[in-house]
Design a protein around this ligand. Structure first.
Ligand SMILES: Cc1cc2nc3c(=O)[nH]c(=O)nc-3n(C[C@H](O)[C@H](O)[C@H](O)COP(=O)(O)OP(=O)(O)OC[C@H]3O[C@@H](n4cnc5c(N)ncnc54)[C@H](O)[C@@H]3O)c2cc1C
Length: 428
């Protein structure tokens, strides 16, 4: 194959600028590595900005005695949002602990500012469809942009694509959602304005769900999920709603996800019609927007040096090589009309081991975020934005340490990594 032109050469190459990748880039650059962050969109935040999510979960354990379990760079992100009056804390309607509801536009800005200040080079509109090997080692990624196909070379890689694209293209092992068991459904998120929030909230979720069931049964509406929720955003009179459900889709299959986008938009119209007709407070509301793309919960999960399991989550297991904590319940958006929730023992937390970020058959690459090494059930807990940021912080720092010490991810001292994470404010 013809040698592709070289776009950039760096030490730590991070692919995917979601909550995991953005924080990984800040961490790696702060640790002194020449860092490049490739992102296919024109902004950072991944599913929590592009997908239209309004609340970051996972900074606190759920239950009556919340414990703060994510910190460091993720805290700085929230602090900056607070200064901009662009977030507030709220208890989750489902009991996932205190959530941080934020303004999408300000989160894009804050993540970008922090990455730039740290010295990372962000390259937008850059999709990585393949990898590049040299002398048998992963040496870079192919990047598809308006300039055509080019190479971006790196010494160490963080795959924070959510879909483990880089690990998959490099030939690393992964499990695909739905291959063995269920697959998490997709959701197109919608925003409505001019909502009388007081009246809508007073109506209550249980009453709304009963109304949904009746509406579905009557045949007047087509509502595949007869539950879901809406949340006031920091913008007065505007809500975000997470209600649609597009089941059994392999989101790495381009034809399947294209059809899912269309179906998601169709469902949005139906839920908007339902809300306006049947829920007090929505009478004069209107649809403002949907997410830039459909929300994808689960695609590829890498097979790492350790695979996080359901028991690890529910028992609140601790690990010697902990790099993050997670107290999120298993939240399974299966194909049926409801969602299954199972909590960690005593509303506590479990550790995410460093080994879950190390692809077991590759060197010089870590993953962060929702493509971690976990079973379907464990993934349904660890995939939230809070733990994704915590994993990103660990992966970015570990990647920079590995470059500085000329080691693979497996060879660095986990003890040193943990010490530095603690110094940065990560509760470990
Ligand atoms: C409908 C829905 C509702 C949710 N609600 C919540 C919630 O309320 N609170 C919460 O905390 N979490 C929620 N989540 C979960 C959360 O959004 C994700 O799990 C989280 O965003 C994972 O972060 P990530 O960085 O691992 O991946 P992502 O957010 O998916 O980010 C991956 C990034 O990589 C980029 N990318 C992908 N492939 C490539 C490539 N090949 N080249 C270049 N760039 C690439 C993408 O554009 C994206 O920016 C929800 C998820 C869904 C789908």
């Amino acid at each position: 194959m013809k040698q592709l032109p070289l776009l950039l050469d760096c030490e730590v190459l991070i692919v995917g600028g979601g909550p995991a990748g953005s924080v990984a880039a800040i961490a790696a650059a702060r640790q002194g590595a020449r860092t490049v962050l490739l992102e296919r969109q024109g902004f950072l935040g991944g599913n929590i900005t592009a997908g239209g999510i309004d609340t970051i979960y996972g900074f606190f354990t759920p239950g009556e005695n919340p414990v703060k379990i994510v910190g460091g760079i993720p805290d700085e992100v929230i602090d900056r949002l607070r200064v901009l009056d662009a977030c507030y804390e709220r208890p989750n309607t489902y009991g996932s602990g205190i959530g941080i509801t934020f303004s999408t536009e300000y989160l894009k800005l804050v993540l970008e500012e922090m990455a730039n200040e740290a010295g990372a080079l962000i390259v937008y509109h850059a999709f990585a469809p393949d990898v590049y090997f040299k002398d048998g080692n992963l040496a870079g990624v192919v990047v598809a942009t308006k300039q055509g196909l080019q190479r971006v070379l790196g010494q160490f890689f963080v795959d924070s694509t959510g879909d483990a694209d880089i690990v998959a293209h490099a030939g690393g092992s992964y499990e695909k959602a739905g291959e063995e068991g269920p697959i998490q459904s997709l959701t197109t998120v919608l925003f409505m304005a001019n909502v009388n929030i007081g009246r809508a909230k007073a109506f209550g979720k249980k009453a709304m769900w009963a109304e949904m069931e009746e509406a579905q049964r009557s045949g007047e509406y087509n509502l595949p999920r007869v539950e879901g929720s809406f949340h006031p955003t920091p913008s007065p009179g505007m809500i975000e709603a997470n209600m649609t459900r597009i089941a059994d889709v392999d989101a790495t299959d381009i034809i399947a996800i294209s059809k899912a986008e269309t179906e998601g938009r169709r469902q949005v119209q139906e839920y908007v019609r339902f809300l306006k007709d049947r829920v007090p407070g929505f009478e004069s509301a209107f649809l403002v927007k949907t997410g830039c793309h459909i929300g994808v919960r689960e695609t590829r999960r890498i097979v790492g040096d350790y695979v996080l399991k359901k028991d690890d989550v529910l028992e609140g297991r601790r690990f010697e090589d902990a790099i993050a904590r997670c107290g999120m319940p298993i939240e399974d958006h299966h194909a049926g009309a409801d969602t299954r929730w199972i909590y960690v023992k005593d509303f506590g937390y479990y550790d995410i081991p460093y080994r879950c970020l190390i692809p077991h058959d590759l060197d010089y690459i870590l993953v962060a975020g929702r493509c971690l090494s976990a079973t379907h059930d464990a993934h349904a807990s660890a995939r939230s934005a809070g733990p994704a940021m915590a994993m990103g912080q660990a992966a970015g720092l570990a990647a920079a340490m590995a470059v500085a010490e000329d080691k693979s991810g497996r060879e660095i001292s986990v003890h040193d990594l943990q010490e530095r994470l603690r110094q940065w404010g990560a509760p470990l």
